[in-house]
Design a protein around this ligand. Structure first.
Ligand code: FE
Length: 343
């Protein structure tokens, strides 16, 4: 009897110990992040300092995180998912992973085109997809637009990664919106017809291929080029000396822009902490860390980053298509690149 009572007492004490006061449930935030940069450490440390909320981070590739969330389902401990590109955010949204967030702060700080109208995800930094060209073999004026990559003059000269990669799917999604599907498909077929080699590698590999003379023009996200610009390695400096960038479609719809974005997950155990974290990411200080960490631009217009590579790349006219529109066009873009043989 005494033994039973003491066992019950111990169980009760254990139960009380785990039933922390209501406010304490939001002193932790579980973040699934596809980002990993040095400045992120300061970014997260400052959030904890300001709010007392500790961040547990799981870092993995975008696709791995989506897979993990799918298998965890309603039991997932994750509060916030941070991934890149419109097409992946759209995928996560279609899988029902996010919950809507209503925040006057996020709505006023982040341009409407860079967040989900329903509040399921928000852009926190932006990048552009640009044309890379050989300074020795190409005149920048001859490749002024995405459409010029399909021009007969560029036969056998184009390097680009797989058409199924999210970065290209989002670009094709934008082309569908601007040109209509038939013309966008003709364009994709034209790009494929101009390949210097079968698609392989990532964006940095395409930039290096241009410098190495394997091809004359390519496509890359800006931060890959910026990373090479900031590199102190002689071979990287040689690459950027040989390969320049063109801001595409400056006389037309502007350069294709995409985002790194985050949303609160549907089964988030710490919803309030998650919203506070997203709001923190939109603060001036966090915007600077977040964008600069990957040589991207802040989404909050009043925030300025001092980044030598971005300054060297200059200013440009950005396409203002809503990121949500790109996401919606992603399934059509995937079918289109398949039909065009852009493997
Ligand atoms: Fe990337």
């Amino acid at each position: 009897m005494t033994l039973l009572r003491s066992m019950l007492g111990a169980a009760l004490a254990a139960a009380l110990a785990t039933a922390a006061p209501a406010f304490a449930q939001d002193t932790v935030l579980n973040l699934y992040s596809a980002r990993h940069y040095q400045t992120d450490e300061a970014l997260y440390a400052n959030f904890t300092k300001a709010t007392g909320i500790r961040i547990n981070r799981i870092e993995a590739g975008d696709e791995q995180l989506l897979e993990r969330l799918r298998s965890e389902g309603a039991n997932s401990p994750a509060d916030v998912l941070l991934i890149v590109d419109a097409s992946r955010l759209y995928n996560a949204q279609q899988l029902g992973m996010f919950q809507p967030v209503k925040s006057a702060l996020l709505e006023s700080r982040i341009p409407a085109t860079l967040r989900d109208p329903g509040g399921e995800w928000f852009g926190f930094s932006s990048r552009a997809r640009v044309i890379v060209y050989s300074k020795a073999r190409v005149k920048a004026a001859d490749v002024p637009s995405y459409e010029s990559l399909a021009a007969a003059a560029n036969k056998g000269r184009v390097c680009v990664r797989s058409g199924s990669h999210p970065y290209n799917l989002s670009l094709v999604a934008a082309m569908i919106e601007h040109l209509g599907e038939p013309k966008a498909e003709a364009w994709a077929r034209g790009v494929v017809a101009n390949f210097a080699r079968a698609p392989k590698g990532g964006d940095t590999d395409q930039i290096k291929a241009v410098a190495a003379g394997e091809c004359d023009v390519a496509l890359s996200n800006t931060y890959y080029y910026a990373r090479l610009l900031r590199s102190t390695r002689a071979e990287d400096q040689e690459v950027v000396a040989k390969a320049g960038i063109v801001w595409p479609d400056q006389a037309g719809f502007g350069a294709h822009v995409n985002i790194s974005g985050a949303g609160v997950l549907k089964h988030a155990p710490h919803r309030e902490a998650a919203i506070r974290f997203l709001e923190y990411l939109a603060s001036d200080e966090a915007q600077r860390y977040f964008a600069d960490g990957n040589n991207e631009w802040p989404v909050v217009k009043s925030v300025v980053v001092k980044n030598p590579a971005l300054e060297a790349m200059g200013t440009f006219k950005a396409d203002t298509l809503p990121i949500a529109t790109l996401g919606r066009n992603t399934p059509a873009a995937q079918k289109l690149v398949d039909r065009a043989g852009w493997r």
